[in-house]
Design a protein. Structure first.
Lengths: 369, 334
């Protein structure tokens, strides 16, 4: 069991810095998901924890000791790779038991442990098979078993479910969660799939271009995204964004078509004339007749998702989506009204991309007065 | 075909397609003329390769009179066993076969091991000498033994000569001589020995490249998984890489066995003691020329019988290794 402390960690390839001073603390037994698009540095960060990548600057501390110069095998981490990375010439049992063999565990004892671990992931009938004779899901299980058998303090997952089909992915997700609640090892899971992140994580870390944009529970990240980037990345369908400007005299955000969206007067006074971006989740919106609601939009097309319908609209030529269960026949090009829920509105500074938190900012200012 | 036939054919087609055994798509064309032409060319090539072999066999079965008769007979005689026995006994092929086998096995083992370790160093370790070593190996591809045969002979005559030269030129041998009274005289002769036959031949650029190409196809994740499992470089080499390279090793061993079995020039140069002679050189002595016949009728039947027996071991090796050999060269077994 171990906690992980990442302190001002940087990574450069020659002159290119790909990770710019990241700080993160992962508590003992916690399941942390690092989420981000490809190229954001999430895998590099994970590989630096594992010891497969040199740390250019900063410190990685596992279980209280700095591991920067430690070989991977001395760090007490086990890793599950995206392509499974099973040894093709070993059978399942040897694949699972290889780490123990290297560690010099006697054959009888090793085989006993292999059998126990294989049983726990449902592989007991496949111990004699070669990896080439297994399906994708089974290979993934072997990779998991290979990590579990070492009883590591830290579990590292590098997009382990990316090569599986959708159904199997969900199933393996649940299995990983189950294994985690059983063995309680500190886990770091890297993925670009937000559903994986939301369902698995105790805490999520959203990375963007080599920096951490936000760290929080899945609910926090969804409800209070810290930046425009996080807001657009988390949530499906993606959040709608509308540009606007704060007008102090009307205590509102003025949209391009002149619509005023009311915000607390203190915030407006403090940020008069500031360019902002309004964020609205498709599922927080409702449709109405043209002229009713907060803004009027043009209907483009409709997408059925089964449980609900996704209405694709245009506001001032910007795409805008509304997710609702209510069926409303609209003609292409016809105007429809969209009603906002002002409590569920997100406001971001257009320049910095940072969230303007209406509740805390109001409270802080009231306290200051 | 009439108009009424058309719909029937169209309706038939899908069933026909599904009933037929699926053929590999693309590249296969239905061109009977071309098929015949290519087969004729192949048969011609086969004839050109096999006919000389047949002549060898043919001559080996005939008596001295028959083999020198003009016109020569193209049907085998009944002297095969007698000729083989004569060739075997007169040239002492028993000893030569043993020597050749020792040399071939030594060269093959050496090449397989050295090439593997070299490629391992070039592919899996990131160090400053990586590219220089790679290019050094690459350049030796262009330098066959024949080109470097004189300096190699000098080394084989005394492998420690360079060290002696260093000691002499720096005055160290003089110093040692004056201090201790010992005359420094380093010498390691490899002429007339198995070591001399084997050592200069075991460095192999071809083998290194074969391994390198294979090692480059090993996914990085496999290397990393082994690292995470705690395997050090040597363990990784021995327990993961070598087992995965089995087919490559077989291919390399096959090529190199034939290569070293056929070595002629090098043994001819460094071996003067007949007890270290190898088959290729001995075969050369069996082929009649003005010197060996001394004006007699050339014994081509005996020479050809000798050729036959010398050809057998490489054929056995190739036949038995063929399956592995092909797999190793096309590299599909992963």
């Amino acid at each position: 069991m171990a906690d992980i402390d990442i302190r001002e960690v940087r990574k450069s390839y020659g002159k290119d810095e790909v990770i710019h001073g990241v700080n993160l603390h992962i508590a003992n037994g916690e399941f942390v998901v690092i989420l981000g698009p490809s190229g954001c540095g999430k895998s590099t960060l994970l590989r630096m924890i594992a010891g497969l990548e040199d740390i250019t600057d900063g410190e990685v501390v596992i279980g209280g000791s700095v591991v920067n110069d430690l070989e991977p095998r001395y760090r007490g981490c086990a890793m599950v790779f995206q392509n499974y990375a099973l040894y093709p010439h070993f059978n399942v049992a040897d694949n699972i038991g290889y780490a123990l063999k290297v560690a010099g565990v006697k054959k009888a004892e090793r085989m006993e442990k292999v059998a126990a671990v294989a049983r726990s992931v449902g592989l007991e009938d496949f111990l004699d098979r070669k990896p080439g004779q297994l399906s994708g899901g089974q290979r993934q299980r072997v990779a998991m078993a290979r990590a579990i058998i070492r009883e590591p303090g830290v579990f590292l997952f590098d997009e382990p479910l990316s090569n599986l089909d959708a159904k199997l992915r969900v199933q393996m997700r649940h299995e990983i969660r189950r294994i985690h609640s059983r063995i309680k090892a500190t886990s770091v899971f890297v993925t670009h799939d937000q559903h994986e992140g939301m369902t698995l994580a105790d805490r999520m870390v959203i990375m963007n271009k080599g920096t951490i944009d936000q760290v929080g529970t899945p609910a926090e990240v969804y409800r209070y995204p810290a930046t425009i980037y996080v807001a657009g990345f988390i949530g499906s369908p993606a959040m709608n964004f509308l540009p606007g400007e704060i007008a102090a005299d009307r205590a509102a955000v003025m949209l391009g078509d002149g619509t005023a969206i009311p915000i607390p007067a203190q915030v407006a006074r403090n940020r008069d004339r500031q360019m902002v971006t309004l964020g609205l989740r498709p599922e927080d919106l409702t449709l109405g007749d043209a002229g009713a609601g907060t803004v009027t939009a043009q209907f483009e097309f409709y997408e059925e998702t089964g449980a609900a319908g996704l209405y694709h609209l245009l506001i001032e030529d910007l795409p805008f989506q509304v997710l609702t269960k209510e069926a409303r026949p609209v003609q292409e090009g016809a105007p429809v009204g969209v009603a906002f829920d002002f409590d569920k509105l997100h406001l971001f500074d257009s320049d910095s991309g940072q969230r303007i938190d209406l509740r805390t900012e109001t409270r802080v200012m009231e306290a200051a007065q | 075909m009439t108009q009424t036939d058309l719909p029937l054919v169209a309706a038939e087609t899908p069933r026909n397609l599904s009933a037929r055994k699926p053929r590999r798509p693309g590249l296969v064309e239905n061109t009977p003329g071309l098929d015949i032409a290519t087969h004729v060319i192949l048969l011609l090539g086969m004839f050109m390769l096999l006919f000389p072999m047949y002549l060898v066999f043919n001559a080996a079965t005939q008596t001295l009179q028959e083999v020198n008769a003009i016109p020569s007979r193209l049907t085998p005689g009944d002297q095969l066993w007698t000729n083989i026995q004569e060739a075997w006994v007169t040239r002492d092929f028993g000893q030569k076969f043993l020597n050749s086998l020792i040399v071939a096995v030594g060269v093959v083992t050496g090449k397989v091991v050295i090439a593997c370790i070299t490629a391992f160093g070039i592919v899996f370790f990131d160090h400053r000498l990586r590219m220089p070593i790679f290019w050094a190996v690459f350049i030796t591809l262009m330098l066959p033994l024949e080109v470097r045969i004189v300096p190699t002979y000098a080394v084989a005559a005394n492998a420690l000569m360079p060290f002696q030269a260093i000691l002499d030129s720096t005055g160290l041998s003089w110093l040692i001589n004056t201090v201790s009274g010992i005359e420094v005289n380093l010498e390691w002769r490899m002429l007339n020995s198995y070591t001399g036959l084997i050592l200069p031949l075991i460095a192999t650029a071809t083998g290194t490249f074969l391994y390198r190409q294979f090692f480059l196809t090993i996914p990085d994740e496999l290397v990393e998984a082994a690292k995470m499992d705690g395997a050090g470089p040597l363990r990784f080499l021995w327990e993961i890489l070598v087992p995965l390279s089995r087919t490559n090793i077989a291919a390399l061993a096959t090529i190199m066995f034939v290569f070293s079995w056929n070595q002629y020039l090098w043994p001819l140069l460094i071996i003067t003691d007949p007890s270290y002679g190898v088959v290729a050189v001995e075969l050369g002595k069996l082929v009649p020329d003005a010197n060996t016949t001394g004006g007699d009728i050339p014994k081509w039947n005996i020479a050809m019988a000798g050729t036959l027996i010398v050809t057998i071991p490489p054929i056995i090796v190739v036949v038995f290794m063929q399956r592995w050999f092909v797999r190793g060269l096309i590299n599909t077994d992963k």
